[in-house]
Design a protein around this ligand. Structure first.
Ligand SMILES: Nc1ncnc2c1ncn2[C@@H]1O[C@H](COP(=O)(O)OP(=O)(O)OP(=O)(O)O)[C@@H](O)[C@H]1O
Ligand code: SF4
Ligand SMILES: [Mg+2]
Length: 333
């Protein structure tokens, strides 16, 4: 990793988020601690329902009831975001952190030219003349690979890939230090996804923003992230560089995930699934949440089994920069 890793842009300190439903409480994110350096790309992966979007919403402080921050702190350049007043937070978003949603393309208003939507967003944040704002929109369109004349287009006149680029251009408009991309490209085909991510990587190198990139597609993460956090049932269970995770995944869940996606090169023989399904988050298993699905959870190994089913494993550093939450890895490194 580069020298920038010594400074911290974003720090999540033991963050928990709950959905308080009428008959039960779902703790969708449970004690997540992560930090991000300026300019770094952190990938977050995990099965559907593991809490990735909930965590992204906690970072942006856009949790809405029934979701609420149930514990921990989100610090951006040392400032506690939960302590900010609503109008302060509104100014903070887009300018310092922007989010490209899972269904980002749907945020565009279908009856408004994309350039005008851009102008509205800029005007909400700074005093700017319409002509100047349109000029900036055109510049940003070019930056993300769209002809500047397309500011006059309506969303339906653009392809899916172009609409996605428009949303990314808007996210970049106020030069935020951090962009959170939550499955930004799932609606697009793989070739377009990779193309957009490659462009984003180039822009990141030019403009220096940090990225949190959330996806199911581990192969994209391995390609584009410096570090990857693997989430399972609301927890980060492994954290390491993309290269380390690819070469030496240690948590049994990560090992299963790595087997579940086709290799970047070579034959497709690595594809396998993880048997079973994620737990009900209203009543997760005690001890290690992965224990009902784990191939290494064996009652005949009584002492280890007791820990696996009783004691929650904590993230521990097993090698520089490689953290794993697993009793087996802890006992038999
Ligand atoms: N609006 C909601 N009301 C109640 N529970 C919710 C709500 N949204 C999410 N959850 C709970 O929070 C958990 C995490 O959901 P989240 O959307 O953060 O997962 P995710 O990892 O982003 O999944 P996906 O990969 O499908 O986008 C879910 O398993 C679900 O139990
Ligand atoms: S703690 Fe045990 S049950 Fe949990 S992942 Fe590790 S080996 Fe499997
Ligand atoms: Mg999600």
């Amino acid at each position: 990793m580069s020298a920038v890793a010594t400074r911290t842009l974003l720090e999540l300190d033991d963050v928990s988020v709950e959905y308080a439903l009428r008959d039960r409480v779902v703790r969708a994110v449970d004690g997540v601690s992560l930090s991000l350096a300026p300019g770094e790309t952190l990938g977050i992966a995990g099965e559907s329902g593991s809490g990735k979007s909930t965590l992204a919403n906690a970072i942006l402080q856009i949790l809405k009831p029934p979701a609420q921050l149930a514990g921990g702190r989100v610090l951006f350049e040392g400032r506690d975001l939960a302590a900010m007043k609503p109008d302060e937070l509104r100014r903070f978003r887009w300018r310092h952190v922007s989010l490209v949603f899972q269904s980002a393309m749907d945020v565009l208003n279908p009856v408004m030219r994309v350039g005008d939507q851009f102008v509205d967003m800029l005007k909400a944040h700074e005093k700017v003349k319409k002509a100047d704002a349109l000029q900036r929109a055109g510049d940003l369109f070019e930056l993300v690979g769209i002809d500047r004349n397309r500011v006059r287009a309506y969303p339906h006149q653009l392809s899916g890939g172009m609409r996605q680029r428009v949303v990314i251009a808007m996210a970049l408009a106020l030069r935020p230090e951090l962009i959170v991309l939550d499955e930004p490209t799932t609606a697009l085909d793989v070739v377009v996804q990779r193309e957009i991510l490659q462009e984003l990587q180039q822009l990141k190198d030019e403009l220096g923003f940090a990225v949190i990139f959330i996806t199911h597609d581990l192969s994209l993460l391995v390609e584009f992230s410096e570090r990857i956090a693997i989430m399972y049932a609301g927890e980060v269970i492994e954290l390491a560089s993309g290269e380390t995770l690819f070469r030496d995944p240690r948590h049994p869940y990560t090992v299963g995930l790595m087997r579940s996606f086709p290799p970047l090169t070579g034959p497709l023989e690595r594809i396998a699934g993880i048997p079973g399904s994620p737990p009900d988050m209203a009543a997760p298993p005690s001890g290690c949440r992965f224990n009902p699905r784990c191939p290494h959870c064996d009652p005949t190994d009584a002492r280890l089994y007791a820990r696996q089913t009783d004691e929650r494993p904590r993230l521990r550093e097993i090698a520089p920069g490689h953290l794993v939450a697993c009793h087996l890895v802890e006992e038999r490194p």
